[in-house]
Design a protein around this ligand. Sequence first.
Ligand code: UD1
Ligand code: UDP
Length: 440
Amino acid sequence: MKIATILGTRPEIIKMAPIIDEIAKRGIDQIVLHTGQHYDKEMSDNFFRDLEIPSPDYNIHVGSASHGKQTGLMMKGIEEVLVSEKPDIVLVQGDTNAVLAGALVASKLHIAVGHVEAGLRSFDMTMPEEINRRVADVASSMYFVPTVESAINLLAEGFSRRNLIVTGNTVVDACFRHLEIAKKRGIEEESLSRLDIENMDNILTLTMHRAENVDDRKRVTSIIEALKELDQMNIIFPIHPRTKNTLQEFGLFDELDSLEHVHIIKPIGYLDFLQLTSASTLILTDSGGLQEEAITLDVPALTLRYNTERPETVTSGGNILVGSDKDAILEYVDRILSDEEFRDKMKNAPNPYGQGDSAKLTVDAIQEYYEKGLLDIKAPEDIMSSFSRKMALIDEDITVREFETKNDALIHMAYDGDEMRFPADDLNLNGMMITYDERE
Ligand code: UD1
Ligand code: UDP
């Protein structure tokens, strides 16, 4: 078997590293293709170093460009590599342009696509990421969903449960593996070590780069107005290059940088960043990965967005959406600082993203699919034209496992009248409407 991984940005490198590592440990043939979307050392190379994975086999150097141009260049470059390498499966991760390009190209070459972190939905079609993740899901054949909630999103859109594998999120694997290593190594980046965070109180780690925040003058100004007033905090802000560029363009950078309680530094490596976040009183962010890391590291998070494709972090109590609303930001920072009970509740929110064995579960499933011949895309003569999904209202005590055994069926979805339920083996179906297929 040969596995190809496509990645291109900082979070993809971090979240695919545990899987790349797991594939290597099992001696499976693999190639890693970097799209070159992130190219600064501190947005790319440093993560291969910190996470101890080999440099990519290919880099197609697309660089920065508009969405259409960047995605088009990626598709051209990815196709050339996949045609010559002929992998059995292509892995893409998350919701960046690499995911869109990789999933489209591979599926049209009849290569199976495994979408790592599939099924997330913000339902906000103004986000480029929402478009990418939806299209990638349509073109994929294996879905590594981090939570049951993301599985339900796919089931509600009519996807089959057959190829959904609930794995947790590899960000937990990366965090757990590297936090101790990071603490032993200490801080390397001079800009951070200079701040002496070990002897600093009330650290607020800030990251923001989401287009809808930083490219919007009104929203970014409102966030900055809040930051100015937060002088009870030590704000450490490793600034994303996109954000630095737009703040400079809007003439907002210098004033923010001159504030005594705001420390703007370059993006830092993963090991330094883990030390910073784990020493923080709170995290203020619009990053997807950071919402997950905050709950993994037991640090309260305030998210600078009006919606999130990580709603589990909110319902489990570790994350609050404050949008770009100055008053909401100030109110919740104050509450986290002054109300111990409130803060502890946020810190102790259960982590919905698994135990740190997500990479293992992912590669287990890929191996199983490969061995059973399930990665092969079906030939036309093997495809039935009818859609065979059935529906039933269950009026007896019977679990999912019992129903599936008795009827030789696979249940896709269960609806209890209030909400959709993931058909876990032990779920009692009495009173529920289900959709199911008879097994092939
Ligand atoms: C991209 C992803 C986003 C992800 C983020 C992670 C898409 C649509 N967006 O957003 O989902 O959350 O990465 O960080 O795929 N730049 C540099 N150096 C670099 C990279 C970028 O200076 O190494 C600057 C360029 O001015 C560029 C801008 O940042 O135009 C934005 O970069 P881009 O890759 O387009 O989007 P991100 O905001 O990084
Ligand atoms: N991160 C880092 N150094 C930094 C800022 C972030 O190592 O200076 C890591 C962080 O730990 C997380 C990831 O980058 O795992 C998040 O990336 P980003 O916010 O760019 O993207 P998103 O997750 O929003 O797609």
